[in-house]
Design a protein around this ligand. Structure first.
Ligand code: TYD
Ligand code: MG
Length: 464
C-alpha cells in the first residue's frame, strides 16, 4: 500500500486534497489537480532536524539540571523538577487553577532565569492583578498577551527564556495555517512547533489545555503523544483541594500525585496529604470504612462510603463516585455468590469521599465491607482500616505496598487492619492489630466482630 500522504494541489486555487479527481472540489476547475512532488511533512524540514547531527549516546547524556518550580509537590510529580527542553501539558477543567499554578511557577522561576508567560486568555492587566493578589512581584517575568505563535516564539527566543508558558494551547494560532484557532489542525501544528522549539532551544515549555467534563476534549488528548509530560488537575466541585496527577512522564514516574489547596493567596501545597480526605464524623456510621490507597506514589487514607437502599421501581441503580462502576458490579456478584449477601433488589451507591479517584484494586475489600455494613446497618469500628483485592472466586488477594499502607494507618492513629493473608507483615507493627483474611465471608465476619476502640487520633484533616 502506498502511504496516504500523497497530496494533490489545485493549480488554480491552491486547494489540497488527498485523492486525485477530475475537477477541483473547491473551485470546480477541471484538470487542475497536480500531484505534490514531496510529501508535506518533508517539504518543510523542521529547524530541529536541520540542526541535529548524530552524536554518540554518551556524549549526549550528562546530568540535566532541573529547574525548581518553587512547589515541592509539583517538582515531585514532575520527577524532580522541570527538565530544560521538555514540554509539559497541564490539562484540567476551566477555573480549576491552571493559570494560577503556572503563574506561581513562572514567578518563582523568573527570579533565576528569564521567563515568558504568553496568554491568549487574559489581558495584561488581568494577569498583573492576579499576580498582585497572589503576592507575586516577579522582576524577570514577562507577560505577553498574544495568541500568534510565531510572535510568541520570536519573543521567547529573543529573551533566551528558560521557561515558556502558553495559556492556553487552545488560543494559540500559527500563521502558517489558515484554519481557525482551537481547531484540531491548529492545535496539533502549534503544539508540534512548540515541541520543536523546546528541543532546539532547551526552553522548558508548559502548555495549558482546557478539558471539558464530558470527555469530549477539544484538544489535550490529541496532544498527549506529542509532549513529554502530561499533568491533569483534578478536584471535586466545591472542594478546595486540588490534585495534580502525572499520566505520562518521560522524566519520572507516572501516576504520582501532588496535593494543593486553593486559598486566598493562590495554590498552597499540602505536604502531609495522607489524611486530608478523612474528615469523618466522630461516630462512625453504617456504610463507612477507611482504606489506605497507594494510588499516586504514596499512601493515602480515604473514607469509602456505601449506601444500599431498597429499590423503588425499575432496574436497580449502581452508582460509583471516584471508583470504577464495572468493578463495583463485579463486587456485587461476588458478594452474592460467595458471602450470601444479595443486593439484587437494592439501589447501590458507593463514594470515595473527598473527590479522589481511586484506580487500584485495593479498595475492593473495604467497599465490600461498606456495602454489607450499610445493608445490615451495622457499624464498622472507626479504628479499623481495610484493603485488599477481591477475586471472582471469593478469595482476598494481596496488593502491593502492604506494609507501607499498614505503617501509614498506624501513623494516622488506627488500631486494627483487615488485610489479605499475604499482606500480613512479617514482624508485628506496634499498636496495630492486623487481621489477615483469605476469603470474602471470613472478611465480613471479622469486620463486624472487631472490638470498637476509641476513635482514631488523626480525625481532623491534616494541615500542611
Ligand atoms: P484559574 O487559575 O484562573 O483557573 P484556570 O486557569 O484553570 O481556568 O483559577 C480560577 C479560580 O481560582 C477562580 O475561581 C478563583 C480561584 N482563585 C482563588 O481561590 N485564589 C486565588 O488566589 C486565585 C488567583 C484564584
Ligand atoms: Mg486560565
Amino acid at each position: 500500500m502506498p502511504r496516504p500522504n500523497s497530496l494533490y494541489r489545485c493549480s488554480a486555487c491552491g486547494h489540497e486534497t488527498p485523492k486525485w479527481q477530475g475537477s477541483c472540489p473547491a473551485c470546480g476547475e477541471w484538470n487542475v489537480l497536480e500531484r505534490e512532488s514531496a510529501p508535506r511533512s518533508g517539504a518543510r524540514r523542521s529547524p530541529l532536524a536541520a540542526a541535529a547531527a548524530p552524536l554518540p549516546l554518551q556524549a549526549a547524556g550528562g546530568e540535566v539540571r532541573r529547574l525548581g518550580s518553587g512547589l515541592a509537590e509539583l517538582d515531585r510529580v514532575l520527577g524532580g523538577g522541570i527538565v530544560p527542553g521538555s514540554v509539559t501539558l497541564l490539562g484540567g477543567d476551566p477555573g480549576i487553577g491552571k493559570s494560577t499554578l503556572l503563574l506561581q511557577v513562572a514567578a518563582h522561576a523568573a527570579a533565576l532565569a528569564p521567563v515568558l508567560y504568553a496568554t491568549g486568555e487574559e489581558s495584561h492587566a488581568q494577569v498583573a492583578l492576579r499576580a498582585r493578589r497572589l503576592g507575586l512581584a516577579p522582576e524577570g517575568l514577562e507577560v505577553l498577551p498574544e495568541t500568534h505563535l510565531e510572535s510568541i516564539l520570536e519573543r521567547a527566543a529573543g529573551r533566551a527564556a528558560a521557561l515558556l508558558v502558553i495559556d492556553s494551547i487552545q488560543t494559540a494560532e500559527s500563521g502558517t495555517l489558515e484554519s481557525a484557532p482551537g481547531g484540531l489542525s491548529q492545535l496539533k501544528e502549534c503544539a508540534a512547533e512548540l515541541v520543536r522549539f523546546a528541543k532546539r532551544t532547551a526552553t522548558a515549555v508548559f502548555l495549558i489545555g482546557h478539558v471539558t467534563k464530558d470527555g469530549a476534549i477539544a484538544g489535550p488528548r490529541v496532544l498527549e503523544h506529542l509532549v513529554d509530560t502530561v499533568l491533569y488537575f483534578e478536584s471535586e466541585t466545591a472542594s478546595r483541594y486540588r490534585i495534580v496527577r502525572a499520566t505520562k512522564n518521560r522524566f519520572g514516574a507516572v501516576n504520582e500525585l501532588g496535593f494543593f489547596a486553593m486559598t486566598e493567596g493562590g495554590l498552597r501545597e499540602v505536604r502531609n496529604p495522607s489524611a486530608i480526605f478523612l474528615a469523618r464524623a466522630p461516630e462512625p456510621a453504617a456504610g463507612s470504612i477507611v482504606t489506605v490507597t497507594r494510588d499516586g506514589g504514596r499512601p493515602l487514607l480515604i473514607e469509602l462510603q456505601a449506601l444500599v437502599d431498597r429499590m423503588r421501581f425499575g432496574a436497580p441503580r449502581r452508582i460509583a463516585q471516584g471508583l470504577d462502576a464495572n468493578r463495583l458490579a463485579m463486587l456485587l456478584a461476588v458478594l452474592n455468590r460467595h458471602a450470601g449477601v444479595s443486593l439484587q433488589e437494592h439501589d447501590v451507591f458507593v463514594n470515595a469521599v473527598g473527590g479522589v479517584r481511586i484506580d487500584e484494586t485495593a479498595w475492593d475489600l473495604p467497599v465490600l465491607i461498606a456495602l454489607a455494613s450499610s445493608l445490615a446497618e451495622r457499624v464498622v469500628p472507626g479504628s479499623l482500616i481495610a484493603f485488599g483485592e477481591i477475586g471472582l472466586t471469593g478469595e482476598v488477594r494481596p496488593v502491593a505496598y502492604g506494609e507501607e499502607r499498614l505503617q501509614e494507618a498506624r501513623k494516622q492513629g488506627f488500631h486494627s487492619a483487615l488485610v489479605p493473608r499475604e499482606n500480613a507483615p512479617r514482624r508485628p507493627i506496634e499498636g496495630l492489630r492486623v487481621v489477615p483474611v483469605a476469603r470474602v465471608d471470613e472478611a465480613l465476619a471479622a469486620a463486624f466482630s472487631e472490638p470498637a476502640r476509641p476513635a482514631a487520633a488523626a480525625r481532623a484533616p491534616a494541615r500542611s
